[in-house]
Design a protein around this ligand. Structure first.
Ligand code: FES
Length: 103
């Protein structure tokens, strides 16, 4: 089960950028980490904040609301107040577009 969904053009996402992508009620954050495209759940596991508006550095994202930090690749929480891991999604690039595998 699951489907590859076209999220955005890879050229729209610079290194250490994040962007928001919504699909059937799921909010997803897509990141450029050293020109590798990664995706996690788009809403912080602490309260309601969009991680696409967070600060991306060294493969981590810092939540814009209370500065909790997650490892983007694994979704693991790294710094308080976040304690719950983010969901992560498989990604691929085809013909210049980023695709996210949504289940
Ligand atoms: Fe993200 Fe609080 S909402 S750290």
């Amino acid at each position: 089960r699951g489907i590859w969904v076209k999220a955005m053009a890879a050229s729209e996402l610079e290194p250490d950028d994040a962007d928001r992508f919504d699909y059937e009620g799921q909010c997803i954050a897509v990141y450029n980490v050293d020109n590798e495209y990664l995706a996690t759940g788009g809403i912080c596991s602490h309260e309601h904040a969009f991680l696409s508006e967070g600060y991306v550095a060294d493969g981590t994202v810092e939540c814009p609301l209370h500065q909790g930090i997650f490892n983007i690749r694994t979704g693991r929480p790294l710094s308080p107040p976040v304690t719950i891991a983010l969901k992560t999604f498989k990604t691929k690039v085809e013909e210049g577009h980023i695709y996210v595998f949504v289940e």
